[in-house]
Design a protein around this ligand. Structure first.
Ligand code: SF4
Length: 220
């Protein structure tokens, strides 16, 4: 049986992942991501599980039938960075054909792929992580801190930082253009973010639903 793009992992359904909506969470390849954020929680979670197998389509079908019985209203697809997954469209179509709306969780760096998914009606919402203030230029101190947040190191080119900003801004414009129902913007309260950084982030997303999430350090 063909493998789906979603990892084989048991996650409980919840009303927390999308506030007030009964949802179930699927993950694409956890290591397939173009960022390497400071203490990435998803990677940590999977390193503890020690399992990186994918569900086949029969297993996915069973899981979705069970979700239907439990009254799940929304499928959330997280990663890794799901837009980098080559078989994503096929997996999303499979889920949509079974009647579930889908929210895609993204770091916002692949707006072209996101727009294609929206136009093909494969997603019904986007959870976008806005990790740093979106500015045209950064001070040396900001560069150091923001590179550590996005790449876990400071020895990354300034270009990579500005590319991140440019792509996330395009993604925000897409979110405003299409106004999908299950959309939310989030910022992890990394300890490296100052109060001023958080104000700047709030300012750049003020017309959209946005929340700050507490940072829980991963244990090593
Ligand atoms: S974008 Fe998400 S999955 Fe990728 S490194 Fe950052 S926190 Fe982890």
């Amino acid at each position: 049986m063909k493998l789906s793009p979603f990892l084989k992992v048991d996650t409980p359904t919840s009303f927390r992942d999308h506030p007030g909506v009964h949802s179930i969470l699927f993950y694409t390849d956890i290591n397939l991501c173009n960022l390497n954020c400071f203490q990435c929680h998803n990677r940590y979670f999977f390193s503890k599980l020690g399992n990186t197998e994918f569900m086949n389509y029969e297993e996915l079908s069973q899981k979705l039938s069970m979700a239907k019985l439990l009254g799940v209203e929304l499928v959330i697809v997280s990663g890794g960075e799901p837009t980098l997954e080559p078989n994503l469209e096929e997996g999303l179509s499979f889920v949509k054909e079974r009647g579930f709306p889908i929210r895609l969780d993204t770091n916002g760096t692949n707006p072209k792929k996101l727009e294609k998914l929206i136009k093909n009606r494969l997603i019904d919402g986007i959870a976008l992580d806005v990790k740093i203030p979106l500015l045209d230029e950064y001070t040396p101190n900001q560069k150091k801190r923001f590179k550590r947040i996005l790449f876990s190191e400071e020895e990354v080119s300034d270009r990579a930082l500005l590319e991140y900003t440019k792509h996330v801004e395009i993604t925000i414009n897409l979110i405003m253009k299409y106004s999908l129902p299950f959309t939310i913007l989030r910022t992890v309260e990394y300890p490296l973010l100052t109060g001023e950084d958080k104000s700047l982030i709030s300012e750049s997303v003020k017309s959209l639903p946005h929340q700050f999430n507490p940072f829980y350090p991963v244990e090593e």
